[in-house]
Design a protein around this ligand. Sequence first.
Ligand code: SAM
Length: 277
Amino acid sequence: MYSGPFQPGDKVQLTDAKRRHFTIELVPGGQFHSHKGIVEHDDIIGADEGSVVESTLGADYLCFRHLLVDHVLSMPRGAAVIYPKDAAQILVEGDIFMGARVLEAGAGSGALTMSLLRAVGPEGRVFSYEIRDDHLAFAKDNVAEYFGSHPEWWSPRLGDFGEITREDLDGPVDRVILDMVEPWHFIDTVKDVLIPGGVFMTYVATVPQLMNIMEAIREAKCFTEPRAWETLLREWKVEGLATRPEHRMNAHTAFLVWTRRLADGVVPPRPQRRARR
Ligand SMILES: C[S@@+](CC[C@H](N)C(=O)[O-])C[C@H]1O[C@@H](n2cnc3c(N)ncnc32)[C@H](O)[C@@H]1O
């Protein structure tokens, strides 16, 4: 359940007065123990999200279900995850639409997978390739935990992205998203499986990676001139006269690269660059 009163089986985040989080799974008759006393699960079951429960020693806890971002940031990881600020960019700039057929690799810990699955919905399809079986196991567990079961429109597969063919995917896909160390080795596969007009996005952490993938896309001569950007997210503290940016931020996660597949046989228009003086 994503909304409505709490039910048995729900994962609930309890937040105390010091903003510390504790996650519990609701079981009828169950108890949450801490040095601040005991919280009865039965006091939470049936209550609305956003309720406050009191422990036997008088401590208050605010109760909410996990949002997708809470799950992504707290779930077990086999590999580094795509952070929510970048996943949001991929969903919108990558134009992940309801019913889309999306191919991603590597599945890693399954963080991006969950956003893709929600965006395409049951009418769509997400193929998630991962070369390491231990990482794929993390992705499967994390996705199943979030959705409560294995979504029918998800195809997690153990395999090398470079060996995928259209037949493996029952035809071309609308979107390809790559998050791996050397995506430039797989441009031919992207070219083969992506439908004309389809969007290809990739996520790379370093400048040399960025340069390599941009060059590989240009050399393939079947994509539009690629765009590259990064997103800087700075939180603000807003408290009267103390209002100011937070002192700390995650200054860099990765660069995003975006391009679209041209129709077969089309020569990419040359990018217009200003003549140097
Ligand atoms: C940074 S992780 C991906 C994280 C994932 N996007 C997430 O949000 O949780 C990169 C993954 O790519 C996988 N990988 C690397 N090369 C691959 C290939 N050729 N085919 C499939 N997966 C590959 C790695 O094993 C690793 O798990």
